[in-house]
Design a protein around this ligand. Structure first.
Ligand code: FES
Length: 117
C-alpha cells in the first residue's frame, strides 16, 4: 500500500491480465480500470486532483476516484471500479467490478493484487 503515492495513482496488472489503477485520494484507496472510457488512454498517466477526481492526461476527462462517475467530459461513460480491502500494508482488489450502488459487493478474500514488496 505504501507504493501508492499520496494523492496519486499506481498502475498494477492483476494475475488475470486486467490493468488496474490503485488511487490514493483524500485518505482513501480505490481501484479503477486503467483505461479511459473516452479513447482508452491509460488512466495511470493521469493526475489525481484535490477535488477527489482523476483526470485523464490525453483529453482531460475527469472521473470520481471512488465511484468512477464522469465529472467532466469528453468521456461519457464511467470508469469501472473494483471493491478494495486493506489488510495490513496490502491492498486486495476484488476480481469483480463494483456492482451498482444499491447492491452489496462480495469481496474476494484472495490477494488478487498486493502492493507490498
Ligand atoms: S482518452 Fe481520456 S479523455 Fe480522451
Amino acid at each position: 500500500m505504501d507504493d501508492i503515492p499520496d494523492e496519486g495513482v499506481l498502475a498494477v496488472v492483476r494475475p488475470d491480465g486486467q490493468r488496474v489503477c490503485l488511487i490514493r485520494s483524500q485518505g482513501r484507496v480505490s481501484a479503477v480500470a486503467n483505461n479511459c472510457t473516452h479513447q482508452d488512454f491509460e488512466m495511470s498517466l493521469g493526475d489525481v486532483l484535490p477535488d477527489g477526481t482523476i483526470q485523464c492526461s490525453w483529453h482531460g476527462a475527469r472521473y470520481d476516484c471512488l465511484t468512477g462517475e464522469v465529472r467532466q467530459g469528453p468521456a461519457l461513460f464511467p470508469l469501472r471500479t473494483y471493491p478494495v480491502k486493506i489488510e495490513g500494508s496490502s491492498v486486495l482488489v476484488s476480481p469483480n467490478p463494483q456492482p451498482p450502488a444499491n447492491q452489496q459487493a462480495a469481496i474476494d478474500p484472495r490477494p488478487a493484487v498486493e502492493t507490498e514488496q
